[in-house]
Design a protein. Structure first.
Length: 319
């Protein structure tokens, strides 16, 4: 619950800018102490880490109005089966394990199946001891199984690298299994690569729903800006040129930060305009550890090493 002081401060400092930007350009909405850089392709957050939109937390109806406005411009379209393309342009790659998040995965895939104006494929990499998800996947999904012992923690980096090797498209989207995308996302991703970018982060706001039902009837739990993961666009060649994802990251955290450090050595589009939906699920247990999480601690060590040296190590040209 927000305090009276928080509500008073949001009314005094945030409400009028929110209302004006909601009408004139919702992508420009941000917190009072934040700065955004705006160009024709979208908005870049001029700060390092993610942040929650304050007015949406203090006044949840504001988050609902923003969500409705964003998805009126970027509608979501669901389809039951992924179309089969002999030569897909865009390859969505999703890492997955087990059945707990199968409903999230299936809803995510249905939004990928609804893409228009871009030939897409969807690759699901199941990192598990046995094949559990395969029989539940819709027609058209390409399935890759990477067997690992049940005792080994999930390695998201390994799943993405395996999917990238199987991908047929020259545009990769490294995508989480709990994020629903609007119907024009793949086309926007392809456009960013065609414009000369090697990597792109097109997400402007990520709306955390309170359930796995994609409706705009209730306020989101959170509205998050400046995400570094969730859905990353990459030129396939550039992905391998920077060493792909670092498979030394085991468990939650750090791998996206390291990836973006290395991606920044190439041409990157960080101006985002696309809203996305995060489906509700319990947080990863390691997330509560923050910087003490083993994978995050590993990133803290790696960030003292230059991205160029990290790339060279991943590609095997340095010990």
């Amino acid at each position: 619950m927000s305090t009276f002081r928080e509500k008073a401060g949001a009314l005094f400092h945030d409400w009028l800018p929110f209302e004006l930007r909601l009408r004139r350009g919702w992508t420009r909405i941000c917190n009072r102490d934040e700065r955004v850089d705006i160009d024709a392709s979208g908005v870049r957050c001029d700060w390092r880490w993610t942040s929650d939109l304050h007015i949406a937390r203090v006044f949840p109806p504001a988050g609902l109005r923003l969500m409705r406005t964003a998805f009126a411009q970027w509608p979501i379209a669901f389809a039951d089966d992924v179309p089969r393309h002999e030569r897909p342009r865009v390859s969505f790659i999703i890492g997955h394990r087990g059945l707990e998040r199968l409903p999230h995965l299936l809803k995510t895939i249905r939004s990928i199946a609804g893409q228009r104006d871009a030939a897409v494929e969807c690759i699901v990499v199941e990192q598990a001891e046995a094949q559990q998800a395969r029989e539940h996947l819709p027609a058209g999904v390409r399935y890759v199984h990477t067997p690992v012992p049940v005792s080994l923690p999930y390695c998201r980096s390994s799943a993405f690298n395996a999917g990238a090797h199987h991908a047929r498209g020259d545009v990769l989207i490294l995508h989480d299994n709990d994020i629903v995308v609007p119907r024009d996302y793949a086309a926007a991703a392809a456009n960013s690569i065609d414009a000369g970018c090697d990597f792109a982060n097109l997400i402007r706001f990520l709306f955390y729903l309170r359930s796995t039902d994609v409706t705009f009837d209730a306020p989101p739990e959170r509205v998050v800006q400046n995400t570094q993961g969730g859905s990353i666009v990459a030129c396939r060649n550039a992905y391998f040129d920077i060493g792909g994802y670092d498979e030394g990251f085991i468990g939650w955290g750090g791998e996206d930060n390291d990836f973006w450090d290395r991606a920044a050595t190439r041409s990157v589009q960080r101006h985002g305009s696309v809203p996305m939906i995060h489906l509700q699920h319990p947080p990863q247990p390691e997330k509560a550890l923050g910087d003490a999480a083993p994978a995050v601690a590993r990133y803290r060590e790696l960030e003292t090493i230059s991205p160029a040296e990290r790339i060279a190590r991943l590609k095997g040209s340095l010990p």
